[in-house]
Design a protein around this ligand. Structure first.
Ligand code: CA
Length: 236
């Protein structure tokens, strides 16, 4: 199992490298974003540990570039708690998992093993659900071939719901995954944004894909054409 570590804190990179070697992994290390990107593009790895704040090219851009090159190696993003980006950004860009520093080595190894077990199937670039499509690389959202313009937060919410389509997702889960941990408002904000999203992805197309499951949460599905009698609920 080959793992690439892209981490500029040399002591941390070395500690993790030695730990992983002891666990039987073959490990390469890069100390900046540019050499990390070329290593990840030129060799084949089973997983990549990618720090977010890196010299020359940050982890955010490395990951974006990797996915644009259609390299789907599973990426575990290492983020700092008060970083400029949060886990939502990491997921939006196609990271498969993330760990907040400082982390325990045992947790790290367990996460890497889980990532490798899941593997890196050739993923469709575009997420499709019914007539709705979301391209995580370009962030283009379309319904029936018509472009839909979303704000960053609306996009984050839709992307999360697409990843969990047909499941009932609670407000708390949405809040945890789409809003960063510093967010102090109540979960009403989720309801508000669900409303915004409906007015963009459903209402103009006469589709009902984003359902409220009373007392449980929300469910995004392929949807159905709404009957004229069941007009959209009044705006809040
Ligand atoms: Ca760093």
């Amino acid at each position: 199992m080959r793992v690439l570590i892209v981490e500029d804190e040399r002591h941390l990179a070395d500690t993790v490298r030695r730990g992983l070697v002891n666990e039987g992994f073959v490990v390469d290390v890069a100390h900046d974003g540019v050499s990390g990107l070329s290593a990840a593009s030129e060799s084949s790895y089973d997983a990549i540990l990618l720090d977010l704040m890196l010299p020359l090219m940050n982890g955010y851009d490395v990951l974006k570039e990797l996915r644009q090159r259609r390299i789907w190696t599973p990426v575990l993003m290492l983020t700092a708690k008060d970083g400029e980006y949060d886990q939502t950004d990491a997921f939006d860009l196609g990271a498969d998992d993330y760990l907040t520093k400082p982390f325990s080595f045992l947790v790290l190894v367990a996460r890497i093993r889980a990532l490798i077990r899941r593997g890196a199937p050739e993923r469709p670039v575009v997420l499709i659900l019914g007539t709705l499509s979301v391209d995580p690389v370009t962030r283009r959202v379309r319904r029936d071939g018509t472009d839909i313009s979303l704000t960053a937060r609306e996009y984050g919410l839709l992307h999360y719901l697409m990843r969990r389509h047909d499941e009932v997702v609670s407000k708390a889960e949405i809040l945890d995954n789409v809003w960063d941990s510093a967010f102090e408002g109540g979960d009403n904000v989720v309801e508000v944004y669900i409303g915004y999203l409906r007015r963009k992805i459903d209402v103009p197309f006469g589709v009902r894909s984003l359902a409220t499951v009373r007392g449980m949460g929300y469910q995004l599905s392929a949807g159905q054409i709404s009957e004229p009698a069941r007009a959209p609920r009044p705006h809040r």
